[in-house]
Unconditional design. Structure first.
Lengths: 292, 403, 289
């Protein structure tokens, strides 16, 4: 980390102070980031904790005692599991749809000068700005007028719709300042546009596409208002929770949340393991060490 | 004027539209429709909505169906499984499998969601929905529900509680049958209050500043406050008494006396001690007591607000006749008893108390589930408001609770 | 030569078509319907009829000025807080995450899996009047002894901040991640000081991400209503609450639609103003090639 220190050596004492200062700064940044992460995940910890609670009534607000009951029967609450599954399906499909549509749009908006570009740029912001309740009702109105049956399909359509803007804005920020020379090099070597895109551009912007996809997934799995209008009688997880939680908050909800957390942790470990393998395989060609 | 399926073709179309379609089919259909150039045309066509409606005919006798779609509030029945509990018994007797969907969390929210369909004469597949008194009244006014055939409802005729037979929003119970009743009164923390609350005005006691909450349900909150001002929510005339009460509430909110206005969320507040004395609902109190025995419910001396969630058959319901059978079925005391025991609200059916006395005498003697005698005398059903009255009072109340 | 240019000419439209088409059908048309609705008059009982009712707009602006201003204040504050909390985290993930990068990104959106209501209930558990967290805050003097944390402006803004944090972190990460490490090495050789490298190289290069994050946080936050409902009192009501109330409770669809358009208009004006101020480049990512 200290690789690029000044070549002029300061007096020993000052040098130590500077080094300590730099170390502190370096670590304090990590500590700060860790705190931010803790802040993000603090409610999850509470949720996990209360999944082991033994509630006496229908609510799970006060700690009464430790039990594994809820874990033994996680799907005891009727409809909870189905709702979760529906939500995951919709989230997965709408993420794929929105990410594809949005990435293509971002490419067009950043790289090409065409008529209607400025208005389109502003148009993208409109879905972000419109209040969900009115948007949801208007969308419902359109579906009814077209005679479309409400259910899984209409929820999916709505989710893709509001996710596209988020994807565009996120991916676009990555495409700005993208060094085209790599693409030009690839084309010089004989790749056509599609090949260049798939093998050069896409892998390079993948982190942004991934970030956008995660955002879209989160939005979809958490949406209530628009889904509530356009769902017919299909119940998603947020709809189930908002309905049920008014009358009861069984620990099974916490258990399902904890399970998702565990699955995600598992996925996280998987990506780390996979990245390690990739690094091992690439160890023939070492990458330059990151400086920051 | 709204269109209602008046002939077989339209009825069939409604069924087709309602049935599950494959997702691909849906999207293709939707896309095809959307790409048509009728955007402007339909914009113009969907101009008029609402308005006065004509009298609906009584539900004709029909055949029992194989399925029934019931839309209700959460935790209002012993089991949602069509083969178990009440629904299982219904299936056994009538052969219909009930699709029970707990999609109603809030009257306004449900209305906002279904009104466009109801306006077109389609129920979205629903055969029964359950809404609170005033929303039931609105549904009727707008022609969104069908008139019940009383000859198909002998148990309702026989067993409906006397107090509920002639409510102001449906004088002859032509369109509604109560599902469960709700008491709105005071919930309080025995360990936090200085003495047991007796009056609705105890909520304005400065000692409890910042530790009280009121309900976002206008009629419950305003009704209770009105009782504290000497007005009768059942019989007051004009809107002034209500507006005066709202003014009092406004002052309490601005001064911080009332911490916030809630729906069911008050349960968390009072369990944790964030609030000590609140306006709340009896059914919640019973559940809260299990979590914290220091919590209790009291019907104030001036009176308490009695409301009901009512079953109605929406327009265009595909199986209206079977829906009526369901309504009548749950009015048999022996069928209602397990529901009452599970739900812990006020059952509208006579004869249930006697049945439960044998199984669970403590439950049967609870004034929260079977209010009787003195308690029942103090019950007040908020009177039906005319549309412009409702609008005035709603607007005033909404302004106070922060909109 | 001409063939290439012609193909280039069509390409942007082809790329744009699916996404834009989707938005035009499933957003613009409903939006048009909303606009039509906003110019109607009437009530749910007498029916609504189209009558170029522009008074819906003027009435809305004059009646709800306070809530509009408050919404932008809260959204602005929440955006600032998200930036302060989120930037370092995004930075660490991008530059020091290494193989943990994707895992950490997943961790960032993890809270969204448990639905807003449960997240908020958990926060309410952590911050309720008698929790040790609040007691600590009281002891530290941050909260007055007879005060509370919940049902205040602070809790509403905190709620908005918390729920929009991933909207800030993910775009920031997307933009930070692409910064070429060799650039930073060169910068160190040039400036020698860590801070200079950051302010002169990293920060400017991450600006598109900052802009994206700010927009993705501020814009939806301005229309939020759930946080004010669950974590606030009537004094914290935002314009989203008004729209919610007028739509659902009063069933006054024209005024709810008009309010929505005013909100959207104001937001776009703010975005435009910032675009002018910050320079359209970073905002629009205009890169004519």
């Amino acid at each position: 980390m200290e690789a690029a220190t000044a070549t002029v050596r300061p007096a020993a004492g000052r040098g130590l102070a500077i080094r300590i200062g730099r170390r502190l700064l370096h670590h304090s940044l990590n500590v700060y980031a860790a705190l931010a992460l803790v802040y993000l995940l603090l409610p999850i910890a509470i949720i996990l904790l209360f999944s082991f609670n033994d509630p006496r009534g229908r609510f799970n607000f006060v700690w009464h005692g430790f039990t594994l009951d809820a874990w033994k029967h996680p799907f005891a609450v009727e409809g909870l599991g189905d709702a979760m599954r529906t939500s995951l399906e919709i989230a997965a499909l709408s993420t794929i749809g929105a990410t594809i549509l949005g990435t293509l749009m971002a490419l067009a908006l950043v790289r090409y000068q065409f008529r209607g570009r400025a208005p389109t740029n502003f148009f993208i912001f409109l879905p972000l700005a419109s209040p969900e309740i009115v948007l949801g009702a208007s969308l419902l109105s359109m579906f009814l007028n077209l005679g479309v049956a409400l259910g899984f399909g209409t929820i999916l359509i709505a989710h893709i719709m509001f996710n596209v803007s988020f994807v565009v804005v996120t991916v676009r920020s990555r495409l700005i300042g993208f060094d085209r020379s790599v693409e030009e090099a690839a084309q010089d070597l004989g790749a056509n546009s599609v090949q260049t895109f798939l093998r050069v551009t896409l892998p390079l912007i993948f982190p942004a596409v991934l970030a956008a996809g995660l955002l879209a997934f989160a939005l979809s799995i958490d949406d209530f208002v628009i889904t509530n209008f356009n769902n017919g009688s299909t119940i998603t997880f947020p709809l189930f929770i908002w309905g049920a939680a008014r009358v009861a908050v069984p620990p099974q909800i916490n258990v399902i949340a904890a399970m998702i957390f565990l699955v995600t942790v598992f996925a996280m470990i998987l990506t780390v393991w996979q990245q390690r393998r990739a690094e091992k395989l690439a160890s023939v060609r070492p990458e330059p060490e990151p400086v920051a | 004027m709204s269109q209602r399926p008046t002939n077989d073709f339209e009825r069939i179309f409604e069924e087709l539209v309602r049935d599950e379609m494959t997702r691909r089919h849906l999207i293709r259909r939707g896309a095809a429709g959307a790409l048509s150039l009728s955007a402007i045309a339909y914009l113009a066509a969907c101009g008029e909505t609402g308005g006065g409606k004509e009298e609906s005919k009584v539900i004709p006798k029909g055949q029992l169906s194989k399925t029934l779609y019931v839309a209700n509030w959460p935790l209002y029945i012993d089991s949602k499984n069509p083969n178990k509990g009440t629904l299982g018994k219904f299936k056994k007797k009538y052969g219909a499998s009930v699709k029970y969907v707990e999609e109603i969390n809030d009257n306004d929210q449900f209305f906002g969601k279904v009104r466009q369909q109801y306006d077109r004469g389609s129920s979205g597949g629903r055969d029964l929905h359950v809404v609170t008194d005033w929303m039931a009244g609105r549904m009727q006014r707008l022609g969104y529900v069908q008139k019940l055939d009383k000859s198909q409802l002998p148990n309702v005729q026989k067993n409906l509680l006397d107090k509920l037979r002639h409510p102001s929003f449906d004088r002859n119970r032509d369109y509604t049958a109560p599902w469960q009743g709700i008491q709105a009164g005071i919930i309080y923390r025995k360990d936090k209050v200085k003495r047991t609350p007796k009056s609705v005005n105890d909520i304005f006691d400065p000692d409890y500043k910042g530790k009280t909450t009121m309900l976002t349900e206008m009629r419950d909150t305003v009704g209770l406050v009105m009782l504290g001002m000497g007005e009768d929510p059942e019989t007051f005339s004009g809107v002034d008494p209500a507006l005066k009460a709202i003014d009092k509430i406004d002052k309490a909110a601005k001064s911080g006396q009332v911490r916030r206005f809630t729906g069911n969320e008050y349960t968390k507040d009072i369990t944790k001690g964030d609030s000590w004395l609140i306006y709340g609902w009896s059914g919640d109190a019973i559940q809260l007591q299990a979590d914290n025995p220091n919590i209790d419910f009291v019907q104030p001396d001036e009176g308490w607000i009695y409301s009901n969630d009512n079953m109605q058959v929406p327009v265009g319901a595909p199986h209206a006749f079977t829906g009526e059978k369901f309504i009548d079925f749950v009015y048999r005391p022996e069928v209602q008893a397990p529901i009452a025991a599970y739900v812990n609200y006020v059952t509208p059916v006579k004869g249930v108390k006697e049945i439960l006395e044998k199984q669970d005498p403590e439950l049967a003697s609870s004034q929260l589930i079977f209010p009787s005698g003195e308690t029942l005398k103090r019950a007040k059903i908020f009177r039906d408001l005319k549309p412009d009255e409702e609008r005035k009072v709603n607007e005033a109340f909404q302004k106070v609770i922060g909109a | 030569m001409e063939a290439v240019q012609r193909r280039k000419g069509l390409l942007p439209y082809l790329l744009l078509a699916p996404g834009l088409g989707w938005l035009l059908v499933f957003f613009a048309i409903p939006l048009g319907y909303m606009a039509y609705e906003s110019l109607k008059a009437g009530t749910i009982d007498t029916g609504f009829s189209f009558s170029w009712e522009f008074s819906n707009y003027t009435h809305a602006i004059s009646t709800y000025k306070e809530q509009f201003v408050r919404s932008f204040e809260y959204a602005g504050l929440a955006t600032l807080l998200s930036l302060v909390i989120g930037y370092p985290l995004a930075y660490v993930i991008a530059f020091r995450g290494g193989k943990w990068r994707n895992a950490l990104l997943l961790a960032v959106i993890l809270p969204f899996f448990v639905t807003y209501l449960i997240r908020t209930l958990s926060w309410e558990t952590i911050l309720d009047d008698e929790s040790w967290v609040v007691d600590t805050l009281k002891a530290a003097g941050l909260v007055s002894n007879d005060g509370r944390v919940l049902d205040t402006t602070a809790s509403v803004v905190a709620g908005i901040t918390y729920n929009f944090l991933p909207f800030m972190i993910l775009p920031l990460y997307a933009s930070l991640e692409r910064i070429d490490h060799r650039l930073l090495e060169a910068a160190y050789d040039l400036y020698g000081k860590r801070r200079a490298v950051f302010t002169r190289v990293t920060l400017p290069l991450s600006m598109p991400g900052v802009v994206a994050g700010v927009l993705l946080t501020f814009i939806p936050a301005a229309g939020d209503f759930v946080n004010a409902t669950l974590l606030g009192t009537p004094r914290q009501a935002m314009i989203g609450n008004v729209i919610q109330s007028r739509f659902q409770v009063i069933a006054d669809y024209p005024s709810a639609a008009a309010l929505s358009f005013i909100l959207m208009g104001l937001i776009l004006v703010l975005v435009l103003a910032w675009a002018r101020f910050a320079g359209t480049e970073s905002l629009m990512g205009s890169e004519p090639r």
